[in-house]
Design a protein. Structure first.
Length: 89
């Protein structure tokens, strides 16, 4: 039996997921839409002002940080390797 595995640093996986349509696994539509809304990066009234997000009472201005700190995103790779989904976190 031969097994080949390729693992990336978790930070690289999160950045890649952010730039590839903010993909995540297992989130219900309502929560996934909240994730997308919080990571858009621009407000509807300004082309330069970041909307940011609040997660666990902390304000993040950077949309990538909003995505990385969204509940269920961190640790996603480990959960998927054990048969769970990102949203199980």
């Amino acid at each position: 039996v031969t097994v080949v595995a390729f693992f990336r640093q978790p930070e690289e996986r999160i950045v890649s997921a952010f730039y590839d349509g903010r993909h995540s696994n297992g989130f219900p539509d309502l929560i996934w839409k909240e994730l997308i809304k919080s990571t858009v990066g621009k407000s509807s009234t300004s082309k330069t002002k970041s909307r940011g997000c609040v997660i666990d009472s902390r304000w993040y201005h950077n949309p990538l940080m909003c995505f990385a700190r969204f509940p269920g995103i961190a640790g996603c790779m480990s959960r998927m390797l054990t048969g769970e989904t990102c949203a199980d976190g």
